[in-house]
Design a protein around this ligand. Sequence first.
Ligand code: AN7
Length: 345
Amino acid sequence: MGVLKRYGTYLPISEKTPKVNLEEGSTPLVRLDRIGDELGIELWAKLEGCNPSGSFKDRGMVLAVAKALEDGAKALVCASTGNTSASAAAYAAHVGVPCYVLLPSGKVALGKLAQALIYGARVIAVDGNFDRALELARQASEAKGLAMVNSVNPYRIISQKTGAWEICESLGRAPDLHVIPVGNAGNISAYWAGYKDFKSRGGIKDLPKMIGIQAEGAAPLATGKPCPNPETIATAIRIGNPVSAKTAISAVAESGGLFDTVTDDEILKAQKNLASRAGVFAEPASCATLAGLVKLAQAKKLPQGAKAVIVLTGNGLKDPDTAIAQAETPVKIGDTFEELLEALS
Ligand code: AN7
């Protein structure tokens, strides 16, 4: 029914707030027994790739755009590694305002670029990384009076808390471990705030441990060191200077959780594992979560029997190039039944 309708009572909206709705949220929480059994845990995946633009960004974008309209904004701007731009472009199109998106040139997955273009955003490819594009977008927002819809916009984080509320409602409790990929660190901050809200409303007794996973080449929070030149195949989280670093660090500390890193190889293995052994196709950044759990299990640091939720933040179809590059090639045959029989054997 859309996030503003389902959770309106708990969000900062009034009668004056436009009821923007692309039926975002209410995504599936799926139990993955084959992989979970192997790890010795009860494994659940929150399929955020089932949102209208194919990523978790829609949860926060719906409120950010509704409030921008309420405040009289005439146009939106954002910088993005891809998913924020796809989401902003979709909501801008839906409500009929222009949208400018700044992307790190050549470093955005194909599907996300296709989305921003076809939704009709003005796409600007910046010769720099995401962190630089974000600085430029902030300047443009101030100079031109454009509504900034990156997660520096507080409404984004507030509305992304709904993901945690849904998990608690589905499970009837919080998980023991909440495992989430970390880039700009907005989502881990939002989920932690969401779990704490749900507890203070009396909906759950215990809070989860927050486990934030970064790619090894873009891991400022996991290493505690600045990362001026982030690099990873998981382009969504190719971020060196996370805006929400502080709140993410306290989320992990307060919850007794941890940050960890995974390599690109481990991410790709996890992607294949999720697709071929659970029927769930998520983009590389999302698969860092499973890679992180596998790493913990190998180090014997995964509490056996624990209930773990991995947030699969974006749809695998967003990045077909990466999937095809590691997949087997199709078997080619002529057009005879004999050849087909041979191919089937
Ligand atoms: C699939 O789109 O930053 O830690 O500009 O697309 O809240 O930043 C995307 C981030 C995880 C990290 N998974 O979330 C952008 C952008 C996917 C993502 C993240 C992103 P944050």
